[in-house]
Write a protein that binds this ligand. Structure first.
Ligand code: AMP
Length: 215
């Protein structure tokens, strides 16, 4: 059983580490950003409501996010735990998540807090490319695909996310510092924080996370 959250600024490597963590612990990866992007692609009402906020690098309103996240957590595959990536992002969301879990006699076991210096974040995000088909994440310099513009895993096309431009990234980092960083204290008080130095190599970061999770 592992109910856990990945916390960290945009570009900290949450998505990349998430793929490895869920494989190792056999729990579902729940990314609210992925859920929104999927809805935008399919032009759903939810997608339409979220798009303008996402394009500006701002947060989608709390009520909307809480509803889609808690709805996802009621699914069968979350019975043995889950990895939340990009949720919660505000104290309000964290409190609603705690309430939702408490009603079910559950709670968050661990929160993985990945920290990375700001300069590195901007370089990581602007160089990021993601697979249009399977969502796998690459970087033009740090994690290049074997063949330019093509996903190693599924041969899908690699694209730049609409909100990965330099201007939007700076806003997203600002939004993180103002609205999401207070969650580090929130979960520290609950005694569940694992602090991870995300400036290290991907493999070392993963090893530190596994050590911190202690399973
Ligand atoms: P991400 O893929 O986690 O970087 O999320 C991309 C964008 O989706 C964010 O910049 C927000 O606009 C929106 N988003 C994702 N998760 C949340 C959340 N928990 N609260 C508010 N907005 C979110």
């Amino acid at each position: 059983m592992l109910r856990t959250i990945l916390l960290g600024p945009p570009g900290a490597g949450k998505g990349t580490q998430a793929v490895k963590i869920v494989e190792k612990y056999n729990i579902p990866h729940i990314s609210t950003g992925d859920i929104f992007r999927e809805n935008i692609k399919n032009e759903t009402e939810l997608g339409n409501r979220a798009k303008a906020y996402m394009d500006r690098g701002e947060l989608v309103p709390d009520e909307l996010v809480v509803e889609i996240a808690t709805d996802r957590l009621t699914k069968d595959d979350c019975k043995n735990g889950f990895l939340l990536d990009g949720f919660p992002r505000t104290i309000f969301q964290a409190e609603k998540l705690d309430e939702f879990l408490a009603q079910r006699g559950e709670k968050i076991d661990k929160v993985i807090n990945i920290d990375v210096e700001k300069d590195a974040l901007v370089k990581r995000i602007t160089g990021r490319r993601v697979c249009k088909s399977c969502g796998a994440s690459y970087h033009v310099v740090n994690i290049p695909p074997k063949k330019d513009g093509v996903c190693d895993l599924c041969n899908g096309e690699l694209i730049q996310r609409a909100d990965d431009t330099e201007e939007t990234v700076l806003n997203r980092i600002d939004v993180y510092n103002k609205q999401t960083k207070p969650l580090v204290d929130y979960y520290d008080k609950a005694g569940v924080i694992i602090n991870i130095d995300g400036n290290k190599d991907l493999d070392d970061v993963l090893a530190d996370i596994v050590k911190g999770l202690g399973k």
